[in-house]
Design a protein around this ligand. Structure first.
Ligand code: DQA
Length: 152
């Protein structure tokens, strides 16, 4: 494992469209803006950041599997797969890493089908509704979890 804790930040389908996609819900920032925010916070905390996005469920599953033994924690905004993907849930439980679930929007203020999350069943915590700041808060939480584990 790398010397500094390494955090895998995964973004699911349609998050590549941030900035133009329903800005009244998701805000005006692009995914590149979110990545820059995460890299800045990672540098401040001394975390290596591996930031990725895919529209493909299987690719997300593969990346989660590859994190086992190589990453210290996973931050996951699985987009719509949050609400549908048993495969992503199974991958998250298989890798045995701390998982923090992030959503830009407050999924509980939205349509009922967004209220259920398979990801939550594997997550240590969930942050939603705070826009890109949620990623920063999730990184701070991951940092604490990883360093506490390193000391135990
Ligand atoms: C989302 C919420 C999901 O319900 C939706 O399908 C997304 C984005 C969010 O970040 O608010 O694609 O995960």
């Amino acid at each position: 494992m790398a010397q500094q804790p390494s955090i895998l930040i995964l973004n699911g389908p349609n998050l590549n469209m941030l900035g133009t996609r329903e800005p009244h819900i998701y805000g005006a920032e692009t995914l590149a803006d979110v990545e820059a925010l995460c890299r800045a916070e990672g540098a401040r905390l001394g975390l290596e950041i591996d930031f990725r996005q895919s529209n493909h469920e299987g690719e997300l599953v593969t990346w989660i599997q590859q994190a086992r033994g190589n990453r210290s924690a996973i931050l996951l905004n699985a987009g719509a797969y949050t609400h549908t993907s048993v495969a992503i849930l199974d991958a998250l439980t298989a890798v045995d890493l701390p998982v923090i679930e992030v959503h830009l929007s407050n999924i509980f203020r939205r349509e009922p089908f967004r209220h259920h999350s398979y990801v939550s069943m594997a997550a240590r915590g969930v942050i939603c509704g705070l826009g890109s700041q949620g990623y920063v808060l999730a990184l701070q939480a991951a940092d604490r979890l990883v360093r506490a584990k390193a000391q135990s």
